[in-house]
Design a protein around this ligand. Structure first.
Ligand code: TA6
Length: 297
């Protein structure tokens, strides 16, 4: 499998496929700047993004489980076609535990390394899912590495009937310590508070900081959000992904997660770009596209 993938899609220096954790196949992308990213075919899951200057930029749990129908804890889980429990599918949908396939790979003129993965209804084997979400679709996910990390999404409704979905890139950022972190750009936004049974609220904080379990879906957020940490700032640029989820499990919730160390809440924050409320409606034959670009300064 790995050697076949390297024959077909490998690009010397820029893109190699390897056997990763749990025997799952992962791709290693290397950019001329020295930036690197790792992507598992399982879940099309970006598990690492690192830069020579800043090191590991995404949080990845040392207790993550690889395969077996459980999502890898950390990196960038792809949430589709349902966010959290907002529907009758398994929490956060089936994309993050599906086995994606390689569509293509190339290095652009400007040096960006591109790995394009896809999953369709053909690759979804769980019959229960097909009953609950009986649509023909193709989800194409492009991981584009330069000094930045861009993830482009195209979702095609291959059926004739309309379908609707929720979507999010559930990005886990690696932070120095949660008490050093502030999420900027959310002032004045309506949110749904998942810690208070999705109670609606209005955010007055220019800087969202953390002192307990935090789990809010911010609606219609600006295209640019920032996460300031002690010595660096993450910049999240979003196209056509208006909602933003901010999550930190804090002490008790973190302890309850078997695939996180009890102290892991201190070194991560999730800021997730998405299309959650309302869901996206897609007519037969129509395509939805959106994108997230991560950079650090
Ligand atoms: O994005 C926030 C959230 O919906 C939280 O409620 C928490 O459940 C988190 O996702 C992680 O969910 P998971 O199913 O990956 O454990």
């Amino acid at each position: 499998m790995v050697s076949e993938l390297n024959m077909k899609f490998g690009i010397s220096e820029a893109l190699t496929f390897q056997s990763g954790a749990g025997g799952l196949v992962k791709a290693l992308l290397r950019h001329v700047s020295g930036a690197e990213a790792e992507v598992y075919l399982y879940g099309a899951h970006v598990t690492a993004w690192r830069s020579p200057a800043q090191g590991e930029l995404l949080f990845l749990s040392n207790k993550a489980v690889y395969g077996g129908g459980k999502a890898i804890r950390g990196g960038i889980p792809v949430i589709f076609p349902q966010f959290s429990g907002l529907g009758n599918l398994p929490t956060h949908g089936f994309a993050r535990t599906a086995l994606w396939k390689v569509d293509s790979s190339h290095v652009q003129e400007n040096g960006d390394v591109v790995l394009k993965l896809y999953v369709s209804d053909q690759e979804i084997s769980q019959s229960s899912v097909k009953e609950l979400w009986p649509h023909r679709f193709r989800f194409t996910y492009s991981v584009v590495l330069s000094e930045r990390l861009r993830t482009d999404i195209e979702i095609l409704n291959q059926g004739t009937q309309p379908l609707s979905f929720q979507l999010a890139l559930h990005t886990y950022f690696n932070v120095s310590a949660i008490e050093n972190v502030a999420v900027k750009g959310l002032k004045g936004l309506k949110y749904l508070d998942n810690v208070k049974n999705r109670e609606e609220g209005l955010n007055e904080e220019s800087d969202v900081k953390f002192s307990g379990e935090y789990d809010r879906i911010f609606l219609q957020a600006p295209d640019r959000l920032e996460i300031s940490d002690k010595t660096r700032t993450f910049v999240i640029d979003r196209r056509n992904m208006p909602d933003a989820v901010v999550w930190n499990p804090w002490i008790e919730k973190c302890k309850s997660l078997t695939d996180m160390e009890p102290a892991d809440y201190k070194r991560m924050v999730c800021v997730e770009s998405g299309n959650i409320v309302p869901s996206v409606s897609l007519g037969g034959g129509e395509t939805f596209s959106c994108s997230q670009t991560l950079s650090v300064k």
